[in-house]
Write a protein that binds this ligand. Structure first.
Ligand code: SIN
Ligand code: MN
Length: 235
């Protein structure tokens, strides 16, 4: 992974954040934007803003973000999906340890995707900042199982036995930071985050990019377009 403090200027983050209340309040039938909710009803995730919300669309094509991804993946890339992870004050719940490719494999792609997490709020240990396992991108894919109990959201995650064998305390790096900081990470990097125990929200947007020559093969149960984009417009 690569953490770049202050990659996006404050005025850009302010512009993105000012679009968020409207995104949280909207309805999919009207604006095409897909939302997932916590059990409390609070919005947990907002998908497709890179398509339908102008400041987020511009940011997903911003050279400061796209160029480093092209250095990693090559110049022909498209957006696999994007999601604002809201993690609202007190309500935002845990993300169990997982590799994104742990479940993206079932979408019929090879592990050639890179995610970019843009911090929209300050992220701290108190509000559940992301934690990554340094070096785990070299592990290859671990087996994942679907947890449908811990949160409102079906999460593909690594079982405790495997974590006990593989994950050491020294590997765990909390990625605390400021609005405008950006984290680039490989789809096999093990990551997760805790509950938001603080009065401050921890909003981030994660945009995942895929190589154009790694478009999903046809699979038995294709996931919807908000999760696995069927638009392959190069960025
Ligand atoms: C994710 O892995 O998609 C979510 C991680 C987080 O927002 O803490
Ligand atoms: Mn993830």
């Amino acid at each position: 992974y690569l953490f770049v403090p202050g990659l996006l200027p404050t005025h850009q983050i302010t512009e993105l954040n000012s679009a968020v209340p409207g995104l949280l309040a909207g309805e999919e039938q009207r604006d095409g934007i897909h939302r997932e909710r916590e059990r409390s009803g609070a919005v947990r995730q907002v998908y497709l803003t890179h398509r339908y919300c102008p400041p987020f669309k511009a940011m997903s094509k911003n050279a400061a973000i796209v160029e480093p991804v092209k250095q990693i993946l090559g110049k022909d890339i498209y957006i696999w999906h994007s999601k604002i992870n809201v993690k609202d004050a007190f309500e935002g719940t845990v993300w169990l340890w997982h590799q994104d490719y742990g479940y993206w494999m079932w979408d019929g792609v090879d592990p050639k995707l890179v995610s970019v997490m843009v911090f929209l709020d300050k992220a701290t240990l108190n509000n559940g900042c992301l934690m990554v396992a340094a070096g785990s991108h070299k592990w290859d894919r671990l087996e994942h199982y679907a947890d449908e109990e811990t949160t409102s959201y079906k999460q593909w995650c690594v079982d405790t036995e495997t974590l006990k064998q593989r994950l050491t305390e020294q590997m765990i790096q909390p990625i605390a930071g400021e609005p405008g900081d950006v984290l680039f990470f490989h789809c096999n990097l093990l990551h997760g985050s805790g509950h938001n125990m603080s009065p401050l929200p921890r909003k981030t947007i994660i945009i995942a990019y895929n190589e154009l020559n790694n478009k999903p093969r046809s699979v038995e149960k294709p996931r919807p377009d908000w999760a696995v984009a069927r638009q392959f417009e190069p960025v």
